[in-house]
Design a protein around this ligand. Structure first.
Ligand SMILES: [Zn+2]
Length: 419
Protein backbone atom coordinates (compact mmCIF):
# COMPACT_ATOMS: atom_id res chain seq x y z
CA UNK A 1 0.00 0.00 0.00
CA UNK A 2 1.42 3.36 -1.00
CA UNK A 3 -0.46 6.24 0.55
CA UNK A 4 2.41 8.65 0.91
CA UNK A 5 3.93 10.23 -2.16
CA UNK A 6 6.82 8.17 -3.39
CA UNK A 7 10.15 9.87 -2.87
CA UNK A 8 11.52 10.36 -6.35
CA UNK A 9 15.28 10.37 -6.29
CA UNK A 10 16.91 12.99 -8.49
CA UNK A 11 18.53 11.45 -11.55
CA UNK A 12 22.21 12.19 -11.10
CA UNK A 13 23.55 9.82 -13.69
CA UNK A 14 26.41 11.10 -15.79
CA UNK A 15 27.91 9.50 -18.88
CA UNK A 16 31.70 9.64 -18.97
CA UNK A 17 33.86 8.92 -22.00
CA UNK A 18 36.65 6.56 -20.89
CA UNK A 19 37.87 6.27 -24.52
CA UNK A 20 37.88 2.48 -24.43
CA UNK A 21 36.55 -0.29 -22.25
CA UNK A 22 40.00 -1.53 -21.18
CA UNK A 23 40.82 1.88 -19.66
CA UNK A 24 37.61 1.75 -17.70
CA UNK A 25 38.23 -1.69 -16.26
CA UNK A 26 41.79 -0.68 -15.40
CA UNK A 27 40.58 2.42 -13.57
CA UNK A 28 38.15 0.36 -11.50
CA UNK A 29 41.19 -0.89 -9.61
CA UNK A 30 42.35 2.58 -8.68
CA UNK A 31 39.79 4.80 -6.96
CA UNK A 32 41.92 7.92 -6.98
CA UNK A 33 42.70 7.70 -10.68
CA UNK A 34 39.03 6.91 -11.40
CA UNK A 35 37.74 10.06 -9.70
CA UNK A 36 40.48 12.15 -11.32
CA UNK A 37 39.53 10.82 -14.73
CA UNK A 38 35.85 11.58 -14.14
CA UNK A 39 36.77 15.02 -12.90
CA UNK A 40 38.98 15.77 -15.90
CA UNK A 41 36.22 14.69 -18.25
CA UNK A 42 33.64 16.94 -16.60
CA UNK A 43 36.09 19.85 -16.69
CA UNK A 44 36.69 19.25 -20.39
CA UNK A 45 32.94 19.52 -21.03
CA UNK A 46 32.69 22.72 -19.04
CA UNK A 47 29.55 21.40 -17.32
CA UNK A 48 28.61 21.72 -13.68
CA UNK A 49 27.46 18.71 -11.73
CA UNK A 50 23.96 18.91 -10.28
CA UNK A 51 24.80 19.12 -6.59
CA UNK A 52 22.06 19.64 -4.07
CA UNK A 53 20.77 23.19 -3.77
CA UNK A 54 22.43 23.55 -0.37
CA UNK A 55 25.89 22.74 -1.75
CA UNK A 56 28.05 25.88 -1.99
CA UNK A 57 31.28 24.17 -2.89
CA UNK A 58 30.65 23.19 -6.52
CA UNK A 59 33.67 21.00 -7.25
CA UNK A 60 33.91 18.88 -4.17
CA UNK A 61 34.27 15.37 -5.51
CA UNK A 62 37.54 14.48 -3.88
CA UNK A 63 39.24 11.18 -3.50
CA UNK A 64 37.82 11.27 0.01
CA UNK A 65 34.44 10.68 -1.54
CA UNK A 66 33.31 7.15 -1.33
CA UNK A 67 32.04 4.80 -3.94
CA UNK A 68 29.24 2.36 -4.14
CA UNK A 69 29.56 -0.44 -6.62
CA UNK A 70 26.58 -1.50 -8.69
CA UNK A 71 26.44 -4.12 -11.31
CA UNK A 72 24.73 -3.58 -14.68
CA UNK A 73 24.74 -6.64 -16.94
CA UNK A 74 27.90 -7.79 -15.21
CA UNK A 75 29.72 -4.48 -15.50
CA UNK A 76 30.73 -2.71 -12.31
CA UNK A 77 29.31 0.80 -12.12
CA UNK A 78 30.61 3.24 -9.58
CA UNK A 79 28.71 5.92 -7.81
CA UNK A 80 30.64 8.82 -6.39
CA UNK A 81 29.50 11.15 -3.69
CA UNK A 82 30.03 14.82 -2.98
CA UNK A 83 31.59 15.15 0.47
CA UNK A 84 29.72 18.38 1.16
CA UNK A 85 26.12 17.88 0.05
CA UNK A 86 26.20 14.07 -0.09
CA UNK A 87 24.73 14.07 -3.58
CA UNK A 88 25.46 10.73 -5.22
CA UNK A 89 26.37 10.57 -8.92
CA UNK A 90 26.21 7.38 -10.91
CA UNK A 91 29.09 7.26 -13.37
CA UNK A 92 28.01 5.44 -16.51
CA UNK A 93 30.89 4.54 -18.80
CA UNK A 94 30.32 5.49 -22.45
CA UNK A 95 29.66 1.89 -23.43
CA UNK A 96 26.57 1.49 -21.24
CA UNK A 97 23.08 2.93 -21.83
CA UNK A 98 21.15 3.77 -18.69
CA UNK A 99 18.80 0.97 -17.64
CA UNK A 100 19.33 -0.76 -20.97
CA UNK A 101 20.97 -3.94 -22.10
CA UNK A 102 21.38 -2.60 -25.62
CA UNK A 103 24.91 -1.50 -26.37
CA UNK A 104 25.40 2.11 -27.56
CA UNK A 105 26.91 1.04 -30.89
CA UNK A 106 23.80 -1.02 -31.65
CA UNK A 107 21.58 1.88 -30.61
CA UNK A 108 23.71 4.23 -32.73
CA UNK A 109 23.10 2.28 -35.93
CA UNK A 110 19.42 1.78 -35.24
CA UNK A 111 18.87 5.45 -34.34
CA UNK A 112 20.72 6.64 -37.41
CA UNK A 113 18.61 4.37 -39.60
CA UNK A 114 15.44 5.65 -37.88
CA UNK A 115 16.56 9.21 -38.39
CA UNK A 116 17.21 8.40 -42.03
CA UNK A 117 13.57 7.42 -42.41
CA UNK A 118 13.66 3.64 -42.15
CA UNK A 119 10.75 2.09 -40.24
CA UNK A 120 11.32 0.97 -36.67
CA UNK A 121 10.71 -2.59 -37.82
CA UNK A 122 13.38 -2.44 -40.53
CA UNK A 123 15.84 -0.64 -38.23
CA UNK A 124 15.29 -3.37 -35.68
CA UNK A 125 15.79 -6.07 -38.28
CA UNK A 126 19.13 -4.78 -39.54
CA UNK A 127 20.37 -4.25 -35.98
CA UNK A 128 19.08 -7.56 -34.57
CA UNK A 129 16.96 -5.97 -31.88
CA UNK A 130 13.22 -5.80 -31.31
CA UNK A 131 11.25 -2.82 -32.65
CA UNK A 132 9.91 -2.26 -29.13
CA UNK A 133 13.45 -2.04 -27.73
CA UNK A 134 14.29 0.64 -30.28
CA UNK A 135 11.06 2.50 -29.53
CA UNK A 136 11.95 2.44 -25.83
CA UNK A 137 15.47 3.72 -26.41
CA UNK A 138 14.09 6.71 -28.33
CA UNK A 139 11.54 7.33 -25.55
CA UNK A 140 14.30 7.10 -22.91
CA UNK A 141 16.33 9.85 -24.59
CA UNK A 142 13.10 11.81 -25.02
CA UNK A 143 12.57 11.94 -21.26
CA UNK A 144 14.97 14.85 -21.27
CA UNK A 145 13.62 18.17 -22.44
CA UNK A 146 14.84 19.72 -25.66
CA UNK A 147 15.30 23.02 -23.86
CA UNK A 148 17.68 21.61 -21.25
CA UNK A 149 19.75 19.73 -23.85
CA UNK A 150 20.00 22.75 -26.17
CA UNK A 151 20.91 25.19 -23.42
CA UNK A 152 23.59 22.75 -22.23
CA UNK A 153 25.11 23.21 -25.67
CA UNK A 154 25.35 26.92 -24.97
CA UNK A 155 22.47 27.95 -27.24
CA UNK A 156 20.55 31.00 -26.08
CA UNK A 157 16.81 30.57 -25.71
CA UNK A 158 15.32 31.82 -28.99
CA UNK A 159 14.04 35.41 -29.01
CA UNK A 160 12.29 34.79 -32.33
CA UNK A 161 10.49 31.54 -33.00
CA UNK A 162 8.57 29.75 -35.70
CA UNK A 163 5.49 27.98 -34.36
CA UNK A 164 3.22 25.66 -36.32
CA UNK A 165 1.50 22.31 -36.07
CA UNK A 166 2.07 19.20 -38.06
CA UNK A 167 -1.10 17.25 -38.75
CA UNK A 168 -0.82 13.53 -38.28
CA UNK A 169 -2.93 10.52 -37.45
CA UNK A 170 -3.07 8.28 -34.43
CA UNK A 171 -4.85 5.20 -35.79
CA UNK A 172 -8.01 6.82 -37.15
CA UNK A 173 -7.93 9.99 -35.03
CA UNK A 174 -6.41 13.22 -36.17
CA UNK A 175 -3.57 14.44 -33.97
CA UNK A 176 -1.42 17.56 -34.04
CA UNK A 177 2.24 18.12 -33.29
CA UNK A 178 2.73 21.69 -32.08
CA UNK A 179 6.30 22.59 -32.98
CA UNK A 180 8.71 25.41 -32.23
CA UNK A 181 11.75 25.92 -34.43
CA UNK A 182 14.52 28.48 -34.46
CA UNK A 183 16.94 28.17 -37.35
CA UNK A 184 17.92 24.54 -37.77
CA UNK A 185 16.99 23.49 -34.21
CA UNK A 186 13.75 22.07 -32.83
CA UNK A 187 12.95 23.59 -29.43
CA UNK A 188 9.58 21.92 -28.98
CA UNK A 189 7.79 18.98 -30.55
CA UNK A 190 4.55 18.31 -28.71
CA UNK A 191 1.56 16.05 -29.21
CA UNK A 192 -2.09 17.01 -29.01
CA UNK A 193 -5.28 15.20 -29.97
CA UNK A 194 -7.19 18.46 -30.26
CA UNK A 195 -6.62 21.57 -32.36
CA UNK A 196 -8.28 23.88 -29.86
CA UNK A 197 -6.50 26.98 -28.62
CA UNK A 198 -6.49 25.48 -25.11
CA UNK A 199 -4.78 22.30 -26.28
CA UNK A 200 -2.13 24.21 -28.22
CA UNK A 201 -1.59 26.57 -25.31
CA UNK A 202 -0.97 23.58 -23.09
CA UNK A 203 1.52 22.07 -25.52
CA UNK A 204 3.44 25.27 -26.24
CA UNK A 205 3.25 25.99 -22.51
CA UNK A 206 5.52 22.99 -21.90
CA UNK A 207 8.23 24.80 -23.86
CA UNK A 208 7.56 28.05 -22.04
CA UNK A 209 7.77 26.33 -18.65
CA UNK A 210 11.05 24.61 -19.49
CA UNK A 211 12.47 27.88 -20.83
CA UNK A 212 11.47 29.84 -17.74
CA UNK A 213 13.12 27.22 -15.55
CA UNK A 214 16.35 27.86 -17.43
CA UNK A 215 15.97 31.62 -17.51
CA UNK A 216 13.24 33.25 -15.41
CA UNK A 217 13.45 36.47 -17.44
CA UNK A 218 12.95 34.71 -20.79
CA UNK A 219 10.71 36.59 -23.22
CA UNK A 220 9.77 35.79 -26.79
CA UNK A 221 10.16 38.91 -28.93
CA UNK A 222 8.54 37.59 -32.05
CA UNK A 223 6.72 34.51 -33.28
CA UNK A 224 5.95 33.58 -36.85
CA UNK A 225 2.90 31.40 -37.48
CA UNK A 226 0.82 30.52 -40.52
CA UNK A 227 -2.03 32.54 -39.01
CA UNK A 228 -4.13 29.59 -37.79
CA UNK A 229 -6.44 30.87 -35.03
CA UNK A 230 -5.56 28.34 -32.31
CA UNK A 231 -1.84 28.89 -32.84
CA UNK A 232 -2.15 32.65 -32.84
CA UNK A 233 -4.26 32.70 -29.73
CA UNK A 234 -1.99 30.27 -27.87
CA UNK A 235 0.99 32.51 -28.73
CA UNK A 236 -0.92 35.56 -27.46
CA UNK A 237 -1.75 33.79 -24.22
CA UNK A 238 1.75 32.48 -23.53
CA UNK A 239 3.88 35.32 -24.87
CA UNK A 240 1.78 38.45 -24.44
CA UNK A 241 4.58 40.86 -25.35
CA UNK A 242 5.64 39.07 -28.53
CA UNK A 243 5.07 40.40 -32.03
CA UNK A 244 3.02 37.92 -34.01
CA UNK A 245 3.86 37.65 -37.66
CA UNK A 246 2.24 35.57 -40.39
CA UNK A 247 4.35 33.58 -42.79
CA UNK A 248 4.58 35.34 -46.17
CA UNK A 249 5.08 32.19 -48.19
CA UNK A 250 1.99 30.71 -46.59
CA UNK A 251 0.06 33.78 -47.69
CA UNK A 252 1.36 33.26 -51.19
CA UNK A 253 0.19 29.67 -51.22
CA UNK A 254 -3.21 30.58 -49.79
CA UNK A 255 -4.02 33.20 -52.43
CA UNK A 256 -5.15 30.78 -55.19
CA UNK A 257 -7.72 29.31 -52.73
CA UNK A 258 -9.32 32.75 -52.56
CA UNK A 259 -9.90 32.69 -56.31
CA UNK A 260 -11.99 29.55 -56.73
CA UNK A 261 -13.54 29.32 -60.18
CA UNK A 262 -10.86 31.43 -61.82
CA UNK A 263 -8.79 29.65 -64.46
CA UNK A 264 -5.53 28.15 -63.27
CA UNK A 265 -3.37 30.30 -65.53
CA UNK A 266 -4.98 33.52 -64.29
CA UNK A 267 -4.65 32.42 -60.68
CA UNK A 268 -0.99 31.60 -61.31
CA UNK A 269 -0.45 35.03 -62.82
CA UNK A 270 -2.04 36.74 -59.82
CA UNK A 271 0.03 34.65 -57.46
CA UNK A 272 3.19 35.84 -59.23
CA UNK A 273 2.00 39.44 -58.93
CA UNK A 274 1.38 38.91 -55.23
CA UNK A 275 4.82 37.38 -54.88
CA UNK A 276 6.42 40.37 -56.55
CA UNK A 277 4.42 42.67 -54.28
CA UNK A 278 5.63 40.99 -51.08
CA UNK A 279 9.16 40.86 -52.40
CA UNK A 280 9.13 44.57 -53.25
CA UNK A 281 7.85 45.46 -49.79
CA UNK A 282 10.61 43.42 -48.15
CA UNK A 283 13.29 45.08 -50.26
CA UNK A 284 12.34 48.54 -49.05
CA UNK A 285 14.19 49.71 -46.00
CA UNK A 286 11.89 52.51 -44.95
CA UNK A 287 8.18 53.09 -45.21
CA UNK A 288 7.63 49.51 -46.26
CA UNK A 289 4.69 49.04 -43.93
CA UNK A 290 2.92 52.07 -45.41
CA UNK A 291 3.85 50.91 -48.89
CA UNK A 292 2.40 47.48 -48.21
CA UNK A 293 -1.03 48.82 -47.25
CA UNK A 294 -1.12 50.75 -50.49
CA UNK A 295 0.09 47.80 -52.58
CA UNK A 296 -2.49 45.47 -51.06
CA UNK A 297 -5.32 47.89 -51.85
CA UNK A 298 -4.11 48.21 -55.43
CA UNK A 299 -3.81 44.46 -55.71
CA UNK A 300 -7.38 43.82 -54.51
CA UNK A 301 -8.61 46.50 -56.87
CA UNK A 302 -6.81 44.85 -59.78
CA UNK A 303 -8.43 41.52 -58.92
CA UNK A 304 -11.84 43.17 -58.75
CA UNK A 305 -11.41 44.70 -62.21
CA UNK A 306 -9.85 41.67 -63.90
CA UNK A 307 -11.65 38.61 -62.47
CA UNK A 308 -14.71 40.15 -60.84
CA UNK A 309 -15.90 42.21 -57.90
CA UNK A 310 -16.74 39.16 -55.72
CA UNK A 311 -13.15 37.90 -55.92
CA UNK A 312 -11.77 41.36 -55.31
CA UNK A 313 -13.94 41.69 -52.23
CA UNK A 314 -12.86 38.31 -50.88
CA UNK A 315 -9.18 39.06 -51.34
CA UNK A 316 -9.64 42.52 -49.77
CA UNK A 317 -11.23 40.92 -46.69
CA UNK A 318 -8.52 38.35 -46.49
CA UNK A 319 -5.81 41.02 -46.70
CA UNK A 320 -7.55 43.11 -44.02
CA UNK A 321 -7.65 40.07 -41.79
CA UNK A 322 -4.02 39.05 -42.25
CA UNK A 323 -2.15 42.22 -43.02
CA UNK A 324 -1.33 43.03 -39.39
CA UNK A 325 0.63 39.77 -39.26
CA UNK A 326 2.37 40.53 -42.54
CA UNK A 327 3.23 44.03 -41.33
CA UNK A 328 4.95 42.57 -38.30
CA UNK A 329 7.24 40.55 -40.56
CA UNK A 330 8.13 43.66 -42.54
CA UNK A 331 8.50 45.95 -39.55
CA UNK A 332 11.04 43.87 -37.61
CA UNK A 333 14.08 42.80 -39.62
CA UNK A 334 14.92 40.10 -37.08
CA UNK A 335 11.57 38.45 -37.52
CA UNK A 336 11.72 35.33 -39.69
CA UNK A 337 9.65 35.95 -42.82
CA UNK A 338 8.95 32.38 -43.83
CA UNK A 339 8.41 29.11 -42.07
CA UNK A 340 10.62 27.14 -44.47
CA UNK A 341 12.84 25.79 -41.69
CA UNK A 342 9.81 24.54 -39.84
CA UNK A 343 8.40 22.85 -42.91
CA UNK A 344 11.71 21.10 -43.44
CA UNK A 345 11.73 19.89 -39.84
CA UNK A 346 8.15 18.67 -40.19
CA UNK A 347 8.95 16.82 -43.38
CA UNK A 348 11.87 15.12 -41.67
CA UNK A 349 9.69 14.15 -38.70
CA UNK A 350 6.84 13.04 -40.95
CA UNK A 351 8.78 10.07 -42.30
CA UNK A 352 9.41 8.92 -38.74
CA UNK A 353 5.77 9.28 -37.78
CA UNK A 354 4.90 7.05 -40.65
CA UNK A 355 7.60 4.71 -39.41
CA UNK A 356 6.11 4.65 -35.90
CA UNK A 357 2.54 4.03 -37.03
CA UNK A 358 2.16 0.75 -35.20
CA UNK A 359 3.40 2.41 -32.00
CA UNK A 360 1.08 5.33 -32.48
CA UNK A 361 -1.61 3.94 -30.18
CA UNK A 362 -3.62 6.15 -27.79
CA UNK A 363 -1.84 4.89 -24.68
CA UNK A 364 1.68 5.29 -26.10
CA UNK A 365 4.41 7.63 -24.86
CA UNK A 366 4.11 9.93 -27.85
CA UNK A 367 5.54 12.97 -26.08
CA UNK A 368 8.74 11.16 -25.09
CA UNK A 369 9.03 9.44 -28.47
CA UNK A 370 8.70 12.74 -30.32
CA UNK A 371 11.19 14.49 -28.03
CA UNK A 372 13.59 11.61 -28.69
CA UNK A 373 13.19 12.07 -32.45
CA UNK A 374 13.72 15.81 -32.02
CA UNK A 375 17.02 15.17 -30.17
CA UNK A 376 18.17 13.11 -33.13
CA UNK A 377 17.13 15.89 -35.50
CA UNK A 378 19.17 18.43 -33.51
CA UNK A 379 22.27 16.33 -32.85
CA UNK A 380 22.90 14.08 -35.84
CA UNK A 381 25.31 15.72 -38.33
CA UNK A 382 23.58 16.32 -41.63
CA UNK A 383 25.24 19.18 -43.46
CA UNK A 384 26.83 18.33 -46.77
CA UNK A 385 27.55 21.82 -48.09
CA UNK A 386 31.13 22.97 -47.63
CA UNK A 387 30.28 25.77 -45.22
CA UNK A 388 28.90 23.54 -42.47
CA UNK A 389 30.15 20.14 -43.60
CA UNK A 390 29.58 17.42 -41.05
CA UNK A 391 27.85 19.70 -38.57
CA UNK A 392 24.65 19.01 -36.68
CA UNK A 393 21.84 21.53 -36.24
CA UNK A 394 23.08 22.61 -32.82
CA UNK A 395 26.51 23.50 -34.26
CA UNK A 396 25.01 25.26 -37.26
CA UNK A 397 23.15 27.48 -34.79
CA UNK A 398 26.39 28.26 -32.96
CA UNK A 399 26.09 25.75 -30.11
CA UNK A 400 28.95 23.72 -28.65
CA UNK A 401 28.73 19.96 -28.50
CA UNK A 402 30.73 17.93 -25.97
CA UNK A 403 32.51 15.54 -28.35
CA UNK A 404 32.78 14.92 -32.11
CA UNK A 405 30.64 11.77 -31.67
CA UNK A 406 26.88 12.46 -31.95
CA UNK A 407 25.83 9.28 -30.12
CA UNK A 408 28.11 10.06 -27.21
CA UNK A 409 26.80 13.61 -27.23
CA UNK A 410 23.26 12.29 -27.03
CA UNK A 411 24.25 10.11 -24.05
CA UNK A 412 26.08 12.92 -22.27
CA UNK A 413 23.57 15.68 -22.94
CA UNK A 414 20.59 13.62 -21.81
CA UNK A 415 22.34 12.71 -18.55
CA UNK A 416 20.53 13.87 -15.48
CA UNK A 417 23.61 14.72 -13.43
CA UNK A 418 24.48 18.07 -14.98
CA UNK A 419 23.15 21.45 -14.09
ZN1 LIG B 1 27.94 18.96 -3.41
Amino acid sequence: MRHTARQTRANRTITVDFQNEATYFQLLGDGKAFVECVFAFILSLGFQLAHKASCRDGGCLTRHSHYVRLRVRGITIWRIQCTTCKAVFTVLPHFVLRYRRMRPEVARDALLATHGGLSLEWCATICHISPMALYRVICAFGQHSLVSVLTRCGLRLPAYILADEKHSRCLTDKVYLPTIVSGRVLWHLGYSDSKSAAAFTQSYGVFQQAALEQEPSYRVKGALTDGFDSTVSSMRTLFPGARLGFCLRHALNKLPNKLVGVSASVRQGLRSKFHALLHRCRQRKSLRVVAMGQCLRHFAHRIATTVGEAHGERVRHWCEDKKAGWYVVLADPQMPAMSTMLDQAHNAIDRKLFAMKSFHHPGGSQAAFLAGLAHLYNLIPYQHRALNAGKCGVEVEGGRIPTPDWMLNLQILTSGGFR
